[in-house]
Design a protein around this ligand. Structure first.
Ligand code: 8YV
Length: 293
């Protein structure tokens, strides 16, 4: 299933409007995704929109306040993608620890038998700190427990006693080997992982982000990795996708991924089905299956 070509869709959508072959008043629902979103500017163009269906769990790119003002229902696709996102977080942690991308290229470049590779690090038994113990964060924790890792978290509202809860992000960063970002994006978490947190994570630490690039101060991340103040990173999301800071492209201690955490056939089909089921529910007068509060 091809990834959504967002620029093509935008050109077709606004292009059609420009030549008058598109009656905005007839639009009753907007389908978007967790990255493209639906802000006030877009929703204002469609006076009769009743619903926004998000193909994804993140709603930070949806103007929920304006949707509420307009009485526009919003649905997303939680749960069906939780396992895939947590799996990718584990894949990034292990790839970073074992330097697997470097090892792969070492063999492909024909260097095996001609040169040596530095030793990697063990993943099992490491200390993992989770920023945001929600559905995905909990799934990451359960996976890490199977590898004998010690789990901690920082979560504003969690009352869960299952794992060590740190009083602050910087205290957790000081104490763990991996800091995994699974918190929801949006105004409440923007820039939470700043230079101080990255410094606290330190030269032996690694940042893993499978949520939103906005949660990390990306310039501070690049600087910390470049200077060695931070040991490594595994990143599936970035501040200004699809643009990735050029400095990261040359770093051996960084594993990069193009916002693919939910991009498996099974999950994307399940997300699509859930999105369509929400649309069908709305237009048949039933409650949404997965409404966004
Ligand atoms: C994207 C995501 O929505 O679920 C989210 O919030 O970020 C992703 O699943 C997905 O890649 C569709 O573009």
């Amino acid at each position: 299933m091809a990834e959504l070509d967002r620029s093509y869709l935008a050109r077709r959508l606004y292009g059609a409007e420009a030549d008058g072959t598109f009656d905005r008043a007839r639009i009753r629902a907007v389908v978007t995704d967790g990255a493209l979103g639906a802000g006030r500017t877009l929703l204002e163009r469609y006076p009769n929109v009743e619903m926004v269906g998000v193909f994804g769990v993140g709603t930070d790119a949806i103007d929920l306040g304006y949707a509420r003002e307009r009485g526009i229902a919003v649905s997303n696709t939680p749960d069906v993608l939780t396992d895939d996102v947590a799996d990718l977080a584990l894949l990034l942690m292990m790839s970073v620890a074992r330097r697997q991308i470097t090892a792969d290229r070492f063999v492909r470049d024909g260097n095996w038998g001609r040169a040596g590779l530095p030793l990697a690090s063990r993943f099992s038994g490491k200390k993992v700190g989770i920023l945001g113990l929600g559905r995905v964060g909990r799934a990451v924790a359960e996976r890490c427990e199977a590898f004998g890792c010690r789990i901690g978290h920082v979560t504003p509202s969690a009352r869960d006693g299952s794992y060590l809860r740190y009083p602050s992000l910087i205290e957790m960063a000081r104490d763990v080997d991996f800091l995994v970002v699974t918190a929801a994006g949006g105004a409440g978490t923007g820039g939470m992982v700043d230079a101080g947190v990255l410094e606290a994570l330190g030269p032996e630490g690694a940042l893993i982000n499978v949520s939103r690039g906005s949660i990390v101060e990306e310039s501070a991340l690049v600087s910390a990795l470049d200077s060695g103040r931070l040991g490594a990173a595994g990143l599936d999301v970035f501040a200004d996708e699809p643009t990735v800071p050029a400095e990261l492209l040359g770093m051996e201690n960084v594993v990069l991924s193009p916002h693919r955490a939910s991009a498996t056939v099974e999950t994307r089909q399940a997300m699509g089905r859930l999105l369509l089921d929400n649309l069908a529910a709305h237009f048949s007068g039933r409650a949404l299956l997965t409404p966004v509060a």
